[in-house]
Design a protein around this ligand. Structure first.
Ligand code: CA
Ligand code: CA
Length: 47
């Protein structure tokens, strides 16, 4: 998360970390990988 290892978290480091988490969460829902969540994908229980 602290990309430049200066012991502090810059905004871009923080943003990049959370962006990657969000990307992974989105990909977990997006079963057909079309970069859109249908209602069915969004409502489907995670496995
Ligand atoms: Ca840093
Ligand atoms: Ca989809």
């Amino acid at each position: 998360m602290d990309l430049d290892h200066d012991g502090r978290l810059s905004f871009s480091e923080f943003e990049g970390h959370h962006r990657s988490l969000v990307d992974r969460a989105f990909a977990a829902f997006d079963r057909d990988a079309d970069n859109r969540l249908s209602r069915q994908e969004f409502m489907a229980p995670k496995e």
